[in-house]
Each structure stands twice: as structure tokens, then as C-alpha cells.
Write a protein that binds this ligand. Structure first.
Ligand SMILES: Nc1nc2c(c(=O)[nH]1)N[C@H]1C(S)=C(S)[C@@H](COP(=O)(O)O)O[C@H]1N2
Ligand SMILES: [Mo]
Length: 198
């Protein structure tokens, strides 16, 4: 278990990135309808080009070390929610069990329902990116992306793909769903990287 302790000694104001406001509820933001997936039929696929190099079932996911993450989240629509509690498995641990032939600098995450988002590899390794399945000690609800969502709290929350089903390893950065509409390729809330050019 880890406790990031992110900004534990900071005041509330210092924890809210520029242009954001404090939100107490937990808004639901989805580009399409809520997807309902059974844990038993969920799996997670890692693609290297068109080749499947790993497939992880719900049961197998639960065999990885579980990590607790206490952190703030920031949505590009300007709400920030402080001190949220999550549980999941880190990509660092997942990748230790996956034989990847070469170095890839980016991934494309893809979700049931068609949503995609691109993230640099370094931003999911080092215990910075997770496959999360619990929020506030309970199973993540379908509305918030359960049974399993991507969780990358140091980037704007659109990068945390709900209903995640897999990733594709990429050599070059490619835009995902919102990035094709002009959202920033990286999305650092502290640099206000909301849209391309920010
Ligand atoms: N599959 C999928 N994941 C998604 C989205 C989406 O529309 N579909 N929206 C993104 C956006 S813009 C945000 S802010 C967060 C919202 O997560 P929440 O609904 O749990 O607050 O999910 C992100 N992940
Ligand atoms: Mo968002």
C-alpha cells in the first residue's frame, strides 16, 4: 500500500491548480452513455502493433499488489476534488510481467464504447498510473468507469479513461478522442495545458 501523501502539508488553495475551483461532489462526465461491464467478462489487453502481448482477466488483475492512492483530481472543465481515495494496480507492476520487445514512448488507452486517450509511457510508470477498481473503499460504479478505469491523477482527468479495456504501445504520440477535438496532447493541470497551444 502506498499513500502518496501528495501535498499533505499544503493548504487547500495551494492544492488547486490555476483556473480550477473546489468541487465537493463527484461530477460524472462521459462523452457517451454509461457502459455496463461484468467483472467476469472484463479483461485488459496490451497490443504491440497488431499483436496481443498480454491479456489480463479480472482475477489476474487482483493477483497484482494492490495500492491505495490518496490524491487530488482535476477536470479540464475546471473542477478539482481534493483528497480522493482510490485502490488499484500500478502499471509499473503490470509491465514487470509483460515481455515488451522494444521501448515505446507512448500508449493509447482504449475503452469499451470507443473512448481513447494518449499518454506518455513515463506518465503511467513509476507508480503514477493505475488500473483502479475502488473509489472510497467501494467498487467504482459504472458511472465513474467501473469495474476498472485508468487513473492518472497528475494529469487532467480526461486522461483517466473509464471502462478501460486495454492499451496500445506507440512509438509516436497520436491524439485520442478529446485530443482530436483540440485538447492538449499532455494535459498538465499545473501548467493549464487544456487545449493545444496552451
Ligand atoms: N470512457 C470514457 N472515459 C472518460 C470519459 C469518457 O467520456 N469516456 N470522460 C473523461 C473526462 S472528460 C473526465 S473529466 C473523467 C470524468 O470522470 P468521472 O465521470 O468519474 O468524474 O473521465 C474521463 N474518462
Ligand atoms: Mo473532463
Amino acid at each position: 500500500m502506498i499513500n502518496e501523501g501528495f501535498g499533505q502539508n499544503k493548504s487547500k488553495n495551494e492544492k488547486i491548480p490555476p483556473g480550477q475551483y473546489l468541487e465537493k461532489s463527484f461530477p460524472i462526465l462521459s462523452a457517451g452513455p454509461t457502459v455496463h461491464i461484468n467483472k467476469e467478462s472484463w479483461d485488459f489487453t496490451i497490443f504491440e502493433n497488431d499483436t496481443i502481448i498480454s491479456k489480463i482477466s479480472w482475477e489476474e488483475l487482483n493477483d497484482f499488489p494492490k495500492k491505495e492512492i490518496n490524491t487530488d483530481i482535476h477536470c479540464v472543465t475546471k473542477w478539482s476534488k481534493l483528497e480522493t481515495n482510490w485502490e488499484g494496480v500500478s502499471f509499473k507492476d503490470i509491465f514487470e510481467s509483460v515481455p515488451i520487445k522494444k521501448k515505446y514512448k507512448y500508449i493509447m488507452a482504449y475503452s469499451e464504447g470507443g473512448y481513447t486517450t494518449n499518454v506518455p509511457m513515463n506518465d503511467i510508470l513509476d507508480d503514477k498510473g493505475f488500473l483502479a477498481f475502488k473509489y472510497d473503499k467501494k467498487d467504482i460504479t459504472p458511472e465513474h468507469g467501473g469495474p476498472v478505469r485508468l487513473f492518472i491523477p497528475h494529469l487532467y482527468f480526461w486522461k483517466s479513461a473509464k471502462w478501460i479495456r486495454g492499451i496500445k504501445l506507440l512509438e509516436n504520440d497520436e491524439p485520442g478522442f478529446w485530443e482530436k477535438y483540440g485538447y492538449h496532447m499532455y494535459g498538465d493541470p499545473w501548467k493549464e495545458q487544456r487545449y493545444q497551444g496552451d
